[in-house]
Write a protein that binds this ligand. Structure first.
Ligand code: ADP
Ligand code: PHD
Length: 449
């Protein structure tokens, strides 16, 4: 039995947290490969080390570029010192005989040489990995040696899979820092934010693990974001498909790309709570015959979208109409988030910040491409996904959903039920985002308890 265990920044924010992690790993000898993140927030107002590193690197660049650079240089050096202190506090709290002086010397030099933003950010995981390996008394493997990206900066799964499998073949235990790897030129590359989850999933796949445990600060995937719903119920079992919908729509517990590697191998993911290790957490599986506890499995959403509604009589009869509209967005490099359509209308949801600067170009482009009868723009919209394999078997789900929203005085701007009946997406105004999630949680969870 092999378990790969990833610990998020919240689980490694201090020596006290490290000790909990040490206990969890020692309690189960199948927890063989450990993927640490960088130290996260100790309190809600604290700063994650990754953010400190980005900031610090920014100051190093300014110190380098600006002739009158003394102020930036001082700020860069202060920030490096602060980051060092955070690690030193952990080392001392764990009573380790470990010095990171040499590492910090190299990091400082490299920052001054403008070695790259990805390198800067990756040092959070690198240093935490070194501490973790010393604390557990097991081998440290630099992720740059086994996790690879291609020339375009995309993850190279084949090369990585081979390298990880080979390196870990005869190694009983190891610590592999999350979040980064290296490109063909040897330069450090990172995944996007929250990417240590992906490293864990990649390692689990390569060693054919039986389980990928992802340890965080909540007792599993919760039905809704705990920052919106106080003490939401945890989800016992969720399918990859349901999870994918929820992660994509903003439930941030697990990076959305962390699902693919383990899913290919049919390895279940178990989300667990470092601060409450006895809780079973959430099991993420390919399929399950277990009936969900509630009709819905989860709710997630994102704010700050804009919508563009294109109306034209008989548009459905015009071959290639949608394609022409979509090409305008493609030509302007804008990705489309959602696209409900009607008989003579189609609406395109895009991220507001991406759209705003190109708005006029896109409008002109649509006019040129399809000569619409009417074009309407709206901004400050939010999308909410209500997800659940149980919805298919339950009649009246949408009816209940919309009457709950009407009761809460939420004006629904758009409704789209996925053809698999796994999800219903609704569009509301940004300011209705929280009231809408509360109303949905109330009707499907609170009234069912
Ligand atoms: N549906 C949800 N279930 C659980 N947590 C959620 C959900 N949506 C958002 N969150 C937030 O995700 C956080 C855990 O993710 P993250 O901050 O990336 O943890 P880590 O530092 O352990 O990687 C939780 O503390 C919680 O605030
Ligand atoms: N430290 C990185 C990568 C990561 O996965 O962190 P966490 O596990 O704390 O979400 C970040 O902050 O993005």
């Amino acid at each position: 039995m092999i378990k790969v265990v990833k610990f998020g920044g919240s689980s490694l924010a201090s020596a006290e947290q490290f000790k909990k992690v040490g206990d969890i790993i020692r309690k189960d000898e199948t927890r063989r490969y450990v993927i640490p993140s960088a130290p996260g927030k100790r309190t809600p107002k604290d700063t994650k080390v990754t953010d400190m590193l980005y900031h610090c690197y920014g100051q190093a660049i300014l110190a380098n570029d600006d002739d009158d650079c003394e102020e930036y240089q001082r700020s860069f050096e202060d920030l490096i010192e602060k980051i060092k202190e955070r690690y030193q506090e952990i080392i001392e709290g764990l009573s380790l005989e470990l010095s990171l002086d040499e590492d910090f010397k190299v990091i400082k030099e490299n920052f001054s040489k403008k070695i790259g933003r990805d390198y800067a950010a990756s040092r959070g995981e690198y240093l935490n990995g070194k501490i973790m390996a010393a604390y557990l008394g097991i081998e440290f493997i630099d992720a740059a040696e086994i996790i690879f990206f291609d020339e375009e900066g995309n993850f190279d799964d084949k090369k990585t899979d081979e390298a990880v499998a080979k390196r870990l073949e005869n190694l009983e235990r190891a610590v592999i820092p999350g979040f980064y790897g290296s490109g063909p030129d040897g330069k450090i590359r990172t995944f996007s934010r929250g990417g240590s989850d992906i490293t864990g999933s990649i390692v689990a796949k390569a060693v054919h693990a039986d389980m990928y445990e992802n340890w965080t600060d909540v007792s599993g995937f919760l039905i809704a974001d705990p920052r919106i719903i106080p003490n939401p119920k945890a989800i016992d079992v969720i399918t990859y498909r349901e999870l994918r919908e929820l992660s994509y729509m903003g439930a941030t517990v697990l990076h959305e790309d962390a699902i693919f590697p383990v899913r290919k191998e049919g390895i279940p993911i178990n989300i667990r709570n470092t601060n409450s290790p006895e809780d079973k957490g959430t099991l993420i599986v390919e399929d399950t015959c277990r009936k969900p506890r509630f009709i819905i499995t989860g709710i997630a959403g994102k704010k700050d979208f804009a919508s563009i509604t294109v109306e034209k009589a008989m548009m459905n009869g015009q071959i290639g109409f949608c394609k022409k509209v979509l090409e305008v967005f493609e030509d302007n490099g804008i990705s489309i988030e959602h696209m409900p359509s009607g008989i003579d209308t189609m609406t395109i949801f895009v991220h507001q910040d991406e759209f705003e600067e190109k708005e006029q170009k896109v409008i002109a482009g649509i006019h040129r491409a399809v000569e619409p009868d009417f074009l309407e723009l709206e901004s400050d919209l939010a999308l909410i996904a209500v997800v659940g394999r149980g919805m298919r078997a339950t009649r009246g789900t949408s009816g209940r959903l919309f009457s709950a929203l009407a009761h809460a005085n939420v004006n629904v701007k758009m409704i789209d039920q996925g053809s698999s009946e796994l999800n219903i997406i609704i569009g509301v105004r940004n300011h209705d985002f929280q009231p809408a999630i509360k109303a949905i949680y109330d009707i499907f969870v609170n009234t069912m308890i």
